[in-house]
Write a protein that binds this ligand. Structure first.
Ligand SMILES: Nc1ncnc2c1ncn2[C@@H]1O[C@H](COP(=O)(O)OP(=O)(O)OP(=O)(O)O)[C@@H](O)[C@H]1O
Ligand SMILES: [Mg+2]
Length: 253
């Protein structure tokens, strides 16, 4: 096994709680604050994330993480060719599934391959942020990231559906490998609808360690394929910087 270098931060949580958004913004916050090499790994294979984050890239210019995951031996070239980078931010690198990918596109892979890939990413970065699927039993990559992570952020949104999700699903992940007891519970506000009061949501979720405000600018960025660009929303950016600082200086959570 390769020697580990990067710190792995897994972002997991209920469907639509903002995992993809927060994973991306945490990555840019760490990148901007610490001038480090940051890799984001998007695990979603039901709605591949690369065409959402980079809708303006030409299809042929976007790689797929499915390629290295289907190799017997993952080579440096498989990683390089399937990485997505953005202008002027060379050390911020993205891996995920691309437009049209689904579970039939690539051969099945197992836990060992997922671990192999994550280790290679770690070898090439200071931070690896993993945007995990809500359903960990359907995503070997997500489940492996949860097992390997240095820190696990668990996101919720202040609505009854989210509360119901956790009531139903936390027992499903009772196995120690999912490390429920170590998760850092956060509360995000993914849209501007009427929500239950934050205090009530906190009472249901127990031990909420951070909250993220709703940001119209972020919502617009997600709709226009510019999520990796600066947000320009001070309240949101300040909160993401605080979270980044706590995550980076271990133990702060
Ligand atoms: N703090 C926020 N402010 C504004 N919009 C947000 C915020 N967090 C998330 N959103 C929006 O909420 C929606 C859901 O976010 P996102 O896709 O990141 O959730 P997810 O948990 O990754 O969903 P899925 O379970 O489908 O993977 C998106 O439209 C996103 O732009
Ligand atoms: Mg997502």
């Amino acid at each position: 096994m390769e020697e580990r270098k990067a710190k792995i931060i897994a972002v997991w949580g209920s469907p639509n709680s903002g995992k993809t958004t927060i994973a991306t913004k945490l990555a840019t916050a760490i990148y901007d604050r610490y001038q480090s090499t940051v890799i984001v790994l998007y695990c979603d294979l039901e709605a591949p994330v690369l065409p959402i984050i980079f809708p303006n890239e030409k299809h042929e210019d976007v790689g797929s993480v499915g390629v290295p995951l289907s190799k017997t031996e993952i080579e440096a070239e498989d990683i390089e060719r399937n990485a997505v980078t953005v202008k002027n931010r060379g050390n911020l690198v993205f891996f995920g599934y691309r437009a049209g990918d689904n579970k039939f596109t690539f051969p099945r892979y197992g836990r060992a391959k997922a671990e192999n890939l994550i280790n290679i990413l770690c070898h090439n970065a200071d931070y690896v942020i993993v945007d995990c699927s809500s359903n960990l039993e359907n995503s070997v990559l997500s489940a492996t990231a949860i097992e390997m992570a240095d820190q696990i952020i668990r996101l919720a949104s202040p609505d009854l559906k989210c509360i119901s999700y956790y009531l139903s699903q936390l027992p499903v992940y009772a196995d120690g490998k999912y490390r429920l007891g170590e998760h850092i519970q956060g509360l995000n506000t993914p849209n501007a609808d009427v929500f239950m009061p934050v205090e009530e949501a906190k009472a249901h979720l127990k031990d909420v360690r951070f909250t993220v405000p709703f940001s119209t600018a972020v919502k617009v960025q997600m709709q226009t394929g510019s999520l990796v660009e600066p947000t320009g929303d001070k309240a949101f950016d300040n909160r993401m910087r605080e979270i980044a600082e706590k995550v980076v200086t271990y133990g702060a959570y």
